[in-house]
Structures are given as structure tokens and as C-alpha cells.
Design a protein around this ligand. Structure first.
Ligand code: B3K
Ligand code: ZN
Length: 876
């Protein structure tokens, strides 16, 4: 692939007025007629040709205003169609005919087949695999779609917009016509056809329009779409109440398919979903599955305004729709569930996924300035850090200032394709604020490191805070400017009350937010007595690393008293990190690992505090993961030592807390039938983590085996199975439970994925053999992305000791898998390869093995642009 630069952006020479597509469906030979009306943009050179994008296309026909065009007037290759001698200003019509083979489309981009269903995926550049087109997000037009297909095989034929009509067409065939009045870019086009079941409902919008809601699933799975439908209606209502956004067509459709490259896709009025994020019932879906469904249904729905009505000028602006929409779905989930617990989950995810990306060879700004393969930029930096940047705007401007900026954005840019600057300007204009320095968050990659020290002067009652920010060098960005970092803080007194300073010097403080804007800054608070304990970056107001040598006593004080629940969790986590990293160092130097009693008591106090919600207490008990510890250690990492240290700390917590865990295991079973609501889910998570600790304290699989036998829902069942398989992998109980589990759900692919990933993440060097065996299992379907992610992906991303075997065998295995997957599905291969993004922080011998495996990939004779881009950046 060629490098694309943000600086080279220019608008198209031709303006597209209308799109009229006719599909004659055939599994291997679908005919696509595309009628496009264009006119030359004012001021454009009258001799400039029209250049359309293609990808593996063959041109079968080309008409100009319904007449055959002489071949001398155009050039067609698989990648482009160039038409010359076009009118200087009048509109003209081109009719382009292509034939495509959905059955052979294993990339799952463009028009493809999944379980006998026709389905499309066009973002980012899939539309050009259907027909020649100006396939870029700043070309917006209304679309009329006609689908003609075999009547018996395709009782359902869907596209974007409102349904115009349908009827019989000719012998055995039928047609359906759709019109989408809202001008949209090609990446939001969708077509679905086949034999599907449907769940119907309706929603009345705030101005009284009735919207038909439809969720299409495979026949027989209708009942499992009920929760998704409920989540959709709640999302529609919430967007009206919170953002004033109303739905704008008379129908909203969701289709669940089983072969899909990502979670879901926000095509206008016709969202296509990975069925994993639609289908749920208590027997087969966990609480986490329910929460994911709620969040993703909301995310795609919210795109209708942030992404579809207002779209991106070019793909560099991806965070404009993704970061903002993630922020919106986070807020939605926070309103539906517990805000503090939701925030904890977000920060865990950000730190475990985005921080490593930002600290490694794949680091890039939230708004990148160049790319070789755009599909590799649907990253956790664009999504999650992009959301954090939006959250910081809300923190800086306050609730009403943020709302004023959003309202202006919707009003000013509706129907346009815009930039991050346009977005930020709305907040500046609505609030009369200058966000120039703040905007560096979009341009500078790397997680800022804020070094903190404090000093208290008893005699003057002044508390001085010294802050220094450092933004690490990242690929292409050796030096950085200081950024505007909003840090929420509290000064907590002895008795737990929050102290209010009488004055502040040295920088701006608004409410409970301190604004770090310079490289080095001292804030002095007066009127503080006695010495306060500083709680900093409460609710994770800024996505930064803090370097602050706080004493365990101070951390325990925050964990006990802060009024911000998130900050209490953060302090406990910090205490855990101190113990875990010290544990790794002790093990390496041959010392016995000892846990700080202050840590154990703070942790168990929180876990046992009945005034706190169970979900929070479960989060408190969930220790930082092995990769979290690796990140905290920074480099030269030995995954075995990290695993051993973490196991030792788990054991210490389990021993100390055994009576509490016994009590929680008895008390936290929700009464009555299973319900996926947040409160019940919180109880289950507390009970299940207690079970996990008891497996250490009791050093026996007995309780987990009983829990497995007694489970009446998938959350409890999968947790018990995980304890058995991960803690006692060689026991007959584990083997039997794995067998029971699989045979009970035989034929349910989504449950099989849980079975694959539980086994792929069993710690230790033996995992590789297990994964290889499972790949030979008939239930493993190599062409299905969910299966590949569940088995190969879970192994590479979530099994630190298994994947990082000292002999490097698993890296070589992954290299082979990547090359094999790449033949069929480059996007999937590139994504799984990013599991090696932190290879440079491994100890030397492993890093060496990882390096050779990456070289093995790089040297391959056939490599997709997707994998080539990732592997080359990782080796740079
Ligand atoms: N916009 C899609 C992601 C498309 C990924 C293309 N490689 C889903 C989402 O973020 O809502
Ligand atoms: Zn999105």
C-alpha cells in the first residue's frame, strides 16, 4: 500500500448528486448496475478526468447518459476506473456494470456470504469491491437501491433507508426497493438478503414519529434477540433525553450474522452485527455478554448522529466519530448501570489495551497524520483514547458547556463531512474558550507521565504540589510540547473529610480540577491543616501515568475515605501494584514474597464493606492482570516470574480473607430467577471471585466442581469452569467439566467460543499443545473470525505464560497462523498479530525469539498490505 498523508487532502473534482444501484443476486456471480449522476466542481480544470476507486473489480459495461462510451475515453483496471472528456459543468450520468463473486469473498469486505446470507461490510474501503466509486467519506449522496433475487432463497432483502416496495420480478425472482434520503458516504451502504427470522417492535420518537424496529436473526434464534431489542429502545430514548437526538427514518433494522470481522457496523438504518453482540439468554450468555450487547447496540445506534448525519471528511478524522461515539456509549452504560463500576471497567480496559499500544511500536496520535492501511487504524487509541479526550473536554467545560458545544456541533455540521478541528471549534465558540493547547491531545501520541511530589508546611498550613509532565517519544515524534492535563483531586484530612483550601497559587484550579499546562508547575494550597492526603486523577480525569511515591498508609487512607469510589479502587490497585511488582523483584532475587499487611487489610475491608455495591467490591478484589504488572515493570519482563508473583499474592489474599470469601460465596447468590440487571450481575461477580479465592485458600477443586454442577446460568457455569480448568487443569474434574460443558451446548457456536478461550488461556507452557489440538477439532472453523479470535486470539492476547513460552515455540506457531489467516482474511490476521506489540519489553531471550518470528512473517513472499504494515512497524 501507498502511504496516505493528511496534508495531501483535497476535495474531489466531481460532485456526486445521486446513486442508484441495482443488484441481481447470485451466490457466485452477482450483477451490480450502478447509475451515478455527477457534475464537475466549480473551478476545476475542465480537462480533469473522473477517477473512481476499485478493488479486484472487472468492468463489464460503461454507459455515458445511457450510451456506450468509446473505449478510448476510459481506462479500467481492477483498482480504478478513469473516465476522460467529461462535461465542463453540466450533470451527466454514468452507468457502471460489474459482476462480483460473494461466495469467494473470504476477506469479508464488500459483498460476501455468511451461512447462506448475503451481507456487506463497506467501512473503510469495502464499497470499491462492489462497484467503481469515489470511495471516500467526503462524497455524500442519497441512494436508491433495487435488489433482485431468488424468491425462495431470499425472502428478506434489505438495504438502507425507508422501504419503497417489492413484488415478484420474473420466474422465481422477486425485487425489493429502498431509498435513503439522507446523503451518506459509501462506507455506510449496506445490503442484506437471505432467509432470516425477525423480531418486531416499535419506538415512538420524542416528536411522535413511529419507528418500526426489526432485528433479523437465524430462524429459531428470535427469542435470544429480546435483550438487544430492549437495549435498542433504551438507547433511542437516552439519546433523545441526553443529547436531544431523534431518529430520522421510519424503520431501524439490525441484522445478526455469524461471520463478521469486528463487533458491528453502523450502516445507515441497517446495522449489521456480529451475532455474538445480539444473541443472549441466561443459559448461554454471561453477564459480561449482556453488558457488551447493551454497549454495542447503543454505540452503533448513537453513530446515527455521530458518524452518519455528521461524518468524517477523511479517514484521518476517524476519532471524530469513534472516540465521540465511545464516549457516548460509556455515558449510556454509566447511566444504565453503576457509574463508578463502569468507570473502573473502562480504565482497566484503557490501561491494559491502549497504554501498551501507546508505549510500543504501533503508537500513533488519536488523529494520525499518515497511514498505509486504514483498517489498521481502528485502534484502541482512536476509540478509547479518543473517548478519553472527549471526556476531558467535558471535564474542562463542565456539563452545560459541553452540552452547548455538542448542540452547536449538531446544528452547524448536520449533513456534512468534517474534521476534528471543526469539532473542537464548536466547543471553543460555544464557550468562548481557546482549546489550542488542549488540541495537542489529538496530535501527540504517547501516554503522558506526570511526576508528583508534595510538601506540607505545618506552620503556615500550606500544601505544595509539584507536578512535572513528560510525554515519551513515539514513532515519528521524538519531542513533544507540554499538554493541558486536567487532574481531578481531593485533599483528604485525617478523619476522612475533604479539606477546602482558602487560596491556591501557581496555576489554575476550577472546582476540584487542577489544570497542569506547563512542563513543570507548583500548586500551593493554603489554609490546610493538618497534613492532607492527596487523591489525584480521581475518576481518571486524564489518561496519564502518575509517578507518585505515595506511602501505603496514604493509599490505604484514600481507599478508605475518598468520596470518589473510583479513586478508592485506584488506590487499592496502586497498593496491589506495589506488592505485585515488589513480589516479582523478590522472586528474582530469591527472596520469599511477603504481602504488606496494610494492603491485605485495605483490600479485605473494601471487599467486606456492606455499604458498598457488590460489583465494586468484586472489582476491588480483581488484582491487576499479569500484563498490567508487566506494563508497570516497564521492561525486561519475565512472564513466568510475573505469574508466580501474582499467584503468591492471590494465595496470600485468599488465606487472609478465607472467612470473608466463605461468607460472600454463601450470601451473594441473587434470589429468584436469573436477571441480567447490574445489581444481580454485581452479586454474581462478587460471589464468583470469592469462589476463585476459595480455590486457593482450600487448595481444592471440590467447591468449584460443586458450583459447576449447581450453576443455573452461563455466568456461574463459565466462572466455575474457568476456576477448574485454570487452577486444576490436570484434574479429572476439569476434564469432565470441559466435556460436560461442550456436550451440553453442542451446536451453539458462541458457547463453543467460550470453551475454546477458557482452554486457550490455561496458564503454562502446555497451552500451545492444547491450542493445536483444538484447532484440529471439527468445531473449529478456520474461516470464521469468532472461532479464530476465541482460540488463536485468546491464546496470543490473554495467555502470558502460555504464549510467551521461553523456547519461543508459540511465537513461531503464531507466525504460521498469521500467514495462513492472511491468505483468507488480512484484516483478521493483522489484528491478531498486534498481540505481539509489546515484544520489546520481554527479557532478552524471549524478545529474540519474538523478533525471529516477526522476521519470518516479514520475509513471506505473499503478504497482505494489512499484515505488512503491522509487521514492518513492529520491527522498526
Ligand atoms: N465503524 C465500525 C468499525 C469499522 C471497522 C472497519 N475496519 C464499527 C464501529 O466502530 O462502530
Ligand atoms: Zn464506532
Amino acid at each position: 500500500g501507498q502511504i496516505v498523508n493528511l496534508a495531501d487532502y483535497r476535495p474531489t473534482d466531481f460532485i456526486l448528486e445521486r446513486v442508484d444501484l441495482t443488484f441481481e443476486l447470485d451466490p457466485t456471480n452477482t450483477k451490480v448496475d450502478s447509475r451515478l449522476i455527477f457534475h464537475r466542481r466549480e473551478g476545476v480544470d475542465p480537462s480533469a478526468p473522473l477517477v473512481l476507486d476499485g478493488d479486484e473489480l472487472t468492468l463489464s459495461g460503461l454507459l455515458f447518459d445511457q450510451n456506450e462510451l468509446p473505449t478510448s475515453q476510459y481506462d479500467a483496471t481492477p483498482e480504478s476506473l478513469i473516465v476522460r472528456d467529461l462535461p465542463a459543468s453540466e450533470p451527466f450520468e454514468l452507468t457502471i456494470t460489474t459482476y462480483i463473486n460473494p461466495e469467494a469473498n473470504t476477506q469479508l469486505m464488500g459483498l460476501y456470504r455468511t451461512n447462506g446470507i448475503y451481507c456487506t461490510q463497506c467501512e473503510a474501503e469495502g464499497f470499491r469491491r462492489i462497484t467503481y466509486f469515489p470511495d471516500r467519506p467526503d462524497v455524500l449522496a442519497p441512494y436508491t437501491i433495487t435488489i433482485i433475487g431468488d424468491k425462495a432463497a431470499n425472502p428478506v432483502m434489505l438495504s438502507n433507508g425507508n422501504f419503497l416496495g417489492g413484488a415478484g420480478y420474473d420466474e422465481g425472482r422477486a425485487f425489493a426497493a429502498w431509498f435513503d434520503p439522507h446523503p451518506k458516504p459509501s462506507y455506510l451502504f449496506a445490503l442484506v438478503a437471505g432467509d432470516l427470522g425477525v423480531v418486531d417492535d416499535t419506538f415512538e420518537t420524542m416528536s411522535g414519529n413511529e419507528v418500526a424496529l426489526k432485528i433479523y436473526v437465524e430462524h429459531g434464534k428470535e427469542a435470544r434477540a429480546a435483550y438487544a431489542m430492549d437495549a435498542l429502545k433504551r438507547s433511542m430514548k437516552w439519546d433523545e433525553e441526553r443529547f436531544g437526538r431523534e431518529y430520522d427514518l421510519n424503520i431501524f433494522q439490525i441484522v445478526a450474522v455469524s461471520d463478521f470481522n469486528m463487533g458491528a457496523m453502523e450502516n445507515k438504518g441497517l446495522n449489521v452485527f456480529n451475532d455474538k453482540y445480539v444473541l443472549a439468554d441466561p443459559e448461554t450468555a454471561t453477564d459480561q455478554d449482556y453488558a457488551n450487547i447493551e454497549a454495542i447496540i447503543a454505540h452503533e445506534y448513537f453513530h446515527n448522529w455521530t458518524g452518519n448525519r455528521i461524518t468524517c471528511r477523511d479517514w484521518f478524522q476517524l476519532c471524530l466519530k469513534e472516540g465521540l461515539t465511545v464516549y457516548r456509549d460509556h455515558e449510556f452504560s454509566a447511566d444504565m448501570r453503576s457509574r463508578a463500576v463502569k468507570r473502573i471497567a473502562e480504565v482497566r480496559h484503557l490501561k491494559s489495551e491502549q497504554f501498551p499500544e501507546d508505549a510500543g511500536p504501533l503508537a500513533h496520535p488519536v488523529r494520525p497524520t499518515k497511514y498505509r492501511e486504514i483498517n489498521n487504524f481502528y485502534t484502541t487509541t482512536v476509540y478509547e483514547k479518543g473517548s478519553e479526550v472527549t471526556r476531558m473536554i467535558a471535564t474542562l467545560l463542565g456539563e452545560s458547556g459541553f452540552k452547548a458545544g455538542m448542540d452547536l456541533y449538531f446544528e452547524r455540521h448536520d449533513g456534512q463531512a468534517v474534521t476534528v478541528e471543526d469539532f473542537v471549534t464548536c466547543f471553543e465558540d460555544a464557550n468562548h474558550r481557546d482549546l489550542t493547547q488542549f488540541s495537542l491531545w489529538y496530535r501527540q501520541a504517547g501516554t503522558p507521565l506526570v511526576t508528583v511530589s508534595s510538601q506540607y508546611d505545618q506552620s503556615s498550613g500550606s500544601f505544595t504540589l509539584s507536578l512535572e509532565q513528560m510525554i515519551p517519544a513515539t514513532p515519528g515524534q521524538p519531542t513533544k510540547e507540554p499538554m493541558h492535563i486536567p487532574l481531578s483531586f481531593a485533599l483528604i484530612s485525617d478523619n476522612g473529610a475533604l479539606a477546602t483550601p482558602t487560596a491556591v497559587k501557581g496555576g489554575e484550579v476550577t472546582g476540584e480540577v487542577l489544570h497542569l499546562t506547563e512542563r513543570q508547575q507548583n500548586f500551593t494550597f493554603s489554609g490546610i491543616s493538618p497534613r492532607p492526603v492527596l487523591s489525584l486523577n480521581r475518576s481518571f480525569s486524564a489518561p496519564v501515568n502518575l509517578h507518585f511515591d505515595q506511602t501505603p498508609t496514604d493509599l490505604a487512607h484514600i481507599a478508605r475515605y475518598d468520596t470518589d469510589l473510583f479513586a478508592r479502587w485506584q488506590a487499592l490497585t496502586e497498593l496491589a501494584v506495589l506488592n505485585l511488582t515488589q513480589g516479582v523483584r523478590d522472586l528474582k532475587t530469591g527472596k520469599a514474597l511477603t504481602c504488606d499487611p496494610a494492603f491485605l487489610s485495605a483490600l479485605l475491608e473494601a471487599a467486606g464493606d456492606e455499604t458498598l455495591e457488590p460489583a465494586f467490591r468484586a472489582q476491588a478484589l480483581t488484582l491487576p492482570s499479569e500484563s498490567d504488572i508487566a506494563r508497570e515493570l516497564g521492561g525486561n519482563n519475565d512472564p513466568e516470574a510475573i505469574h508466580a508473583a501474582r499467584q503468591a499474592v492471590l494465595y496470600a489474599v485468599a488465606k487472609e480473607g478465607q472467612p470473608l470469601f466463605l461468607r460472600l460465596f454463601e450470601d451473594m447468590k441473587p434470589a429468584g430467577a436469573y436477571s441480567p440487571d447490574a445489581a444481580s450481575a454485581g452479586k454474581r461477580s462478587l460471589r464468583n471471585i470469592a469462589l476463585s479465592y476459595l480455590s486457593y485458600a482450600e487448595a481444592s477443586h471440590a467447591r468449584a466442581a460443586e458450583a459447576f454442577a449447581a450453576a443455573d446460568n452461563m455466568t456461574d457455569l463459565a466462572q466455575a469452569l474457568t476456576v477448574l480448568a485454570h487452577r486444576f487443569p490436570d484434574s479429572t474434574q476439569a476434564t469432565e467439566a470441559l466435556e460436560t460443558f461442550q456436550s451440553r451446548f453442542e451446536g451453539n457456536a458462541l458457547v463453543t467460543d467460550k470453551w475454546f478461550s477458557i482452554q486457550a488461556t490455561i496458564p503454562g507452557a502446555g497451552a500451545l499443545e492444547r491450542v493445536k489440538q483444538l484447532m484440529a477439532d471439527a468445531r473449529f472453523v478456520a474461516s470464521n473470525p469468532n472461532r479464530v479470535r476465541a482460540l488463536v486470539g485468546s491464546f496470543a492476547f490473554s495467555n502470558p505464560t502460555g504464549f510467551n513460552r521461553a523456547d519461543g515455540e508459540a511465537y513461531r506457531f503464531l507466525a504460521e497462523q498469521i500467514l495462513a489467516i492472511d491468505q483468507r482474511n488480512p484484516q483478521l490476521a493483522a489484528r491478531i498479530l498486534t498481540s505481539m506489540r509489546s515484544w520489546r519489553s520481554l527479557e532478552a531471550q524471549r524478545a529474540d525469539h519474538a523478533h525471529s518470528a516477526l522476521m519470518q512473517i516479514e520475509r513471506a513472499t505473499v503478504l497482505s498490505a494489512d499484515v505488512r504494515d503491522i509487521v514492518e512497524r513492529m520491527l522498526k
